[in-house]
Design a protein around this ligand. Structure first.
Ligand SMILES: Cc1cc2nc3c(=O)[nH]c(=O)nc-3n(C[C@H](O)[C@H](O)[C@H](O)COP(=O)(O)OP(=O)(O)OC[C@H]3O[C@@H](n4cnc5c(N)ncnc54)[C@H](O)[C@@H]3O)c2cc1C
Length: 337
């Protein structure tokens, strides 16, 4: 685990498309950069809300799947080696000012503090949290039988798994784990899926046991998860399934929550910024969906421009000798290492 006492030039809160591009851009300007996100994966809305949808209005691509755009942005951002801290929701922002220099302390729900000279808030519509089911004892097995994300396929190697949900994530993971799991059952409370049509067709032709109109009622086990009780929501008939793991893909809640308490001016539901993407607190910038200014458009393409502006002004704030205008990247011989 990296030392949180390190002071970064810029910390980007949020790893959606705008945060990722901001991290790359900050690296390009030679800034020591950190990315923080509440989720266990990078990509924001692109990977959590609509990974399988095509985007038609991002420059340079006639069309691109949201998950592929995220993959490209992640690759680009990581190429300049920012420090990445995932599964950390920033809950408090404190300004430490000794009269000579200003430092921000970002406190996360992991109880850790991150120190930074500037902050770029790209928190989108807020920190995402997976929707959960109110089933007795479910928390006991979280991370040890109950999962909301698949980080490593090998965790499910040779396991009997139950996937709950009817969206892209549920269907994609069911198909994706076919080569890894011993047996997969997918239940969905309706008979209409909210997933890509081709993927649903593939699901129905696959060896996955699909049970529509079924919901999860109970889970049982001792030191590890052993059984799930599912029921048909039309007849209430119950069935016991032997399971090693349950993956709940029920969607996400987004909550701007703590950001509202950081003393930043909020206007029309967004953080108010000026033409430099500065908030009312010097050293704190905002860009992307979370930012608001006259003529605001909540689009990926405008977010990219906003975050490049924020980085350039942050650079100039920290190092007044450096110019705001970075020059043309095409004049560089190569990327900074
Ligand atoms: C279904 C759908 C289709 C869309 N189609 C298009 C399209 O075709 N073209 C287009 O331009 N736009 C589209 N959009 C909008 C686009 O996805 C957003 O404009 C874009 O994702 C905004 O990026 P962002 O980086 O600002 O924020 P987000 O993608 O929302 O990412 C914000 C990140 O910040 C993290 N975060 C928030 N608060 C905290 C905190 N306190 N601590 C730590 N982490 C935090 C969140 O977990 C999240 O990962 C679509 C949106 C949806 C829902």
């Amino acid at each position: 685990m990296e030392s949180t006492r390190d002071v970064f030039d810029v910390t980007i809160i949020g790893s959606g498309p705008v945060g990722l591009y901001g991290a790359f851009y900050a690296g390009l300007r030679g800034m020591k950069t950190k990315i923080l996100d509440a989720l266990p994966q990078l990509g924001g809305q692109l990977v959590t809300l609509y990974p399988e949808k095509y985007i038609y209005d991002v420059a340079g691509f006639q069309k691109i799947l949201a998950k592929d755009l995220a993959k490209n942005l992640i690759e680009q951002a990581l190429s300049l080696n920012p420090t990445v801290c995932l599964e950390e929701k920033v809950t408090a922002l404190k300004t430490l000012d000794d009269g000579l220099s200003k430092l921000f302390e970002l406190v996360t729900d992991k109880g850790r503090s991150h120190f930074t000279k500037s902050v770029i808030l790209t928190a989108g519509i807020g920190a995402f949290k997976p929707k959960k089911l109110e089933i007795p004892g479910i928390e006991t097995y979280e991370g040890n039988g109950i999962f909301y994300f698949v980080n490593e396929k090998k965790v499910f190697s040779d396991k009997e798994i139950l996937i709950v949900g009817g969206g892209d994530s549920a269907v994609d993971w069911a198909l994706n784990l076919l080569d890894t799991a011993k047996k997969i059952t997918l239940i969905h409370r309706r008979d209409q899926f909210r997933a890509h049509e081709e993927s649903v067709k593939e699901l129905m032709l696959s060896p996955i046991e699909v049970r529509t109109f079924h919901e999860l009622k109970l889970i049982r086990g001792n030191s590890k998860l052993e059984e799930a009780v599912i029921f048909d929501n039309r007849t209430l008939e119950e069935k016991n399934l032997k399971v090693d793991a349950v993956i709940l893909n029920l969607g996400f809640h987004a909550d701007l929550g703590p950001v509202r308490e950081w003393g930043l001016v909020i206007e029309k539901g967004g953080i108010k910024v000026n033409y430099r993407m500065e908030t009312n607190v010097q050293g704190i910038f905002a860009a992307g969906d979370v930012a608001n200014h006259p003529g605001k458009l909540k689009l990926i393409s405008t977010g990219f421009g906003e975050v490049a502006t924020a980085v350039n002004f942050a650079k100039n704030l920290l190092d007044p000798a450096s110019r705001v205008f970075p020059g043309h990247s095409s004049d560089m011989r190569s990327l900074p290492s």
